[in-house]
Each structure stands twice: as C-alpha cells, then as structure tokens.
Unconditional design. Sequence first.
Length: 129
Amino acid sequence: MSYDSSLKEWRGTRFKEKEKFILKTQFVRTESFGNQTIEFYNVTVTLEGRESQEDCYAQMYGEPGDPRDVGAFSNTKVLNCSTLSRTYKFNLKTSRFLSAYVEGYVNGDNNNDTPAFAAGKCTKIGSAH
C-alpha cells in the first residue's frame, strides 16, 4: 500500500522488496508434547547496513516462558516471530520466508511509512548449536 497524495487515499501498490537482512538462529532445547516435538531457538534479525541485531520474539499471547525462545515443530521447522517493527515466518527446511511490516497506514499518517509484505528465499541461515 502507498498513499496517493493527488487522490488523497491509500492504494494497492506493487514493489520489489529491497531491504535485506541476516537471520541467525541458536538452538536452545527440544521439548516433547504428546507425539509432537518442538525445537526452541533464539532468533535474531540484522537489517542490512545496521550493526545492531534485533531479537525476534515468539508470539506467545500470555503463555509462560521466555519470549526469546521461538518454537518450531521438528517436522515442519517453521518459526514465527516478531521484532519491534516486523513479523516474520521462516521455514528452516525450505529457507523460505514471509515478512510483514504493518505500520504507517494504521497510524493515520499520509506519508512514506507504508505497510509492506515480502516473500523470499534465504541464501543462508546462520545457526549456532
């Protein structure tokens, strides 16, 4: 989406995602729940051109535990997590990802802070065991 100042309205927009990032995972532990096994990772994201990394937190919705421990079912290896500004879904098996930036529009601003949704394939996923 982008704001069209001549029409004074938000419009659907196609664009190529230019922002790149580095994803790092660090294995924490494995837990079994019935017949399901969940692997927990600490996940960080570093946006291209920045020196500092951001923790990517689990979407826990009031559940107990450390929000830095992001769980993935061992059979699918899909991680869902959020930084302060983006929500991510990573598939560690296929190296595919989805990224959503959902700011701007809801803030009521008519500026260049537009929502964005991206999909892609990671060239490499850094991990430490």
